[in-house]
Design a protein around this ligand. Structure first.
Ligand code: CUA
Length: 177
């Protein structure tokens, strides 16, 4: 075990043990396999989210979000507006320390353009329990075309560590029949 330094100073001139070269080869080949799988899954995996993203600023994005909330709020839930925007419309979701704002209500089997951006730091959008994940950066808006095929209540958790309140940063999306 290599707890102490090698006794020979020029240790790299020593011949390789057979086991060592076997393991290096195994690790190298496995690395190549994983690299290939990355490309394979990108093409065949059908697991790629939209890679649409645009530059924005927190001010511009907040303005659009506020306009939507003002127009389409249907009720409130523990201080959060619940918006029910019409199918086909642009829907805005703000990530900030430490909340997802507002609560969104979609209709099942309808399509929406969901825009997400951060007001401050890097946050992680993770939709539960369906496991859809996105990094949410300030200065960029991610745009997803979503067409929920399942009614119910979905949770959003933040999966990028964003400070002391990170674990409280949870949001909600409803899908109605
Ligand atoms: Cu936002 Cu962690």
């Amino acid at each position: 075990m290599a707890i102490t330094p090698p006794s020979e100073r020029l240790w790299w001139n020593e011949p390789l043990a057979k086991m060592e070269i076997v393991w290096i080869t195994v690790a190298f080949v496995w690395g190549l396999v994983m690299f290939g799988m990355m490309i394979y899954w990108h093409i065949e995996g059908e697991q790629n989210l939209s890679n649409e993203a645009y530059r924005t600023t927190p001010e511009v994005f907040a303005e659009k979000s506020n306009a939507m909330v003002e127009k389409y709020t249907v009720r409130e839930e523990s201080g959060f507006p619940v918006v029910h925007p019409p199918p086909g419309s642009d829907v805005y979701l703000i990530a900030r320390l430490w909340q997802w704002w507002p609560i969104i209500e979609f209709e099942k089997d309808q399509s929406y353009r969901l825009h997400i951006s951060s007001m401050d730091w890097l946050h992680g959008f993770s939709l539960q329990p369906v496991n859809i994940n996105l990094q949410i950066h300030p200065g960029y808006e991610m745009v997803l075309t979503v067409a929920p095929n399942q009614a119910g209540e979905f949770g959003i958790v933040c999966n990028e560590f964003c400070g002391i309140g990170h674990h409280t940063m949870i949001g909600k999306i409803y899908v109605t029949e």
